[in-house]
Design a protein around this ligand. Structure first.
Ligand code: PAF
Length: 281
């Protein structure tokens, strides 16, 4: 695996590969890699001649300083996992390389970045959009892979690519789960033993909510979800919403033939976890 830390170096290398006709798949990450990331790398390997992964903990997408400081960093094991899974190129820039000057671009994604995550983490998606646009311009991949666990992020990136006519195919990938149902996330590493043992409750509630959604209104479902999380004092529910899977606008009640997505954000101790489940009739 070739490792590049600067933009000119990786651009030159990719220019040569593209000249030779190789297609490029791209998997952006913030490191602390887990099986979910690796599933994206594997998918990218199957769909492209060469795979580029980036590891960059993007400071401007963090709305909480403590979260940025405590974000897990596991460089050695990340490199090893990438090598073992046939990643061809790692882009591993530092903050100066990505942001030589103060970055103050503001993108407008309409309602998309003001609802759900956007309401609780103002500026987060702007930070994600800035870094992803930079990466797509540096790497110019044919395909870029994003997990559906960050469902709203995926929607923002699809809007970004459409708004700026960026010539890349965005490939949504299924959420990867632990055996007990907990959605894989680098933040899971920060859960205490007790918190980790009750964390699967999130997915269990979502599975039950999926069944209940057929018979009760979104408001009733929300009340039920709130009561489920009040069973453990360790949880603090931030939001649970039923939304249209394309627009992410709220869905009040499910009609036959309507698809929707249930999205949730919950604090477990100090750790904020998100998850979602698709509800298709
Ligand atoms: O999903 C993530 O890990 C990050 O938001 C991303 C897409 C790598 C941008 O920093």
């Amino acid at each position: 695996m070739k490792i590049f830390k600067t933009i000119p170096e990786i651009k030159n290398h990719l220019k040569e590969l593209k000249k030779e006709g190789f297609s490029i798949g791209f998997v952006p990450t913030m490191g602390a890699l887990h099986k979910g990331h690796i599933s994206l790398i594997r998918k990218a390997c199957l769909g492209n001649d060469k795979v580029v992964c980036s590891i960059f903990v993007n400071p401007i997408q963090f709305t909480n300083k403590d979260d940025l400081l405590k974000y897990p960093r596991k460089v050695d094991s990340d490199f090893q996992m990438l090598r073992e899974n046939n990643c061809d190129i790692l882009f591993f820039p530092d903050t100066k390389e990505m942001y030589p000057e103060v970055e103050d671009t503001i993108y407008d994604f309409g309602h998309l970045d003001n609802i759900l995550e956007g309401k609780f983490r103002p500026g987060h998606f702007n930070g994600v959009a800035i870094v992803v646009k930079k990466f797509l311009e540096i790497i110019e991949p044919d395909k870029a892979y994003f997990g559906k666990k960050d469902y709203q992020q995926l929607a923002v990136i699809q809007a970004l690519v459409k708004n700026f006519n960026i010539p890349v195919e965005i490939i949504p990938c299924p959420t990867f789960r632990e055996d007990d149902g907990l959605a894989m996330s680098s933040r899971n590493l920060r859960l205490s033993e007790n918190e980790r043992s009750i964390a699967p409750h999130i997915h269990k509630v979502l599975l039950q909510a999926k069944t209940k959604a057929a018979t009760i209104t979104a408001e009733e479902l929300k009340t039920w979800v709130i009561s489920e999380f009040s069973k453990y004092h360790e949880f603090k529910l931030e939001y649970f919403e039923l939304a249209d899977p394309d627009t992410l606008l709220p869905v009040k009640s499910l009609k036959k033939g309507q698809n929707c997505i249930a999205l949730i954000a919950v604090y477990l101790g100090n750790i904020r976890l998100i998850d979602n489940i698709e509800i298709f009739y």
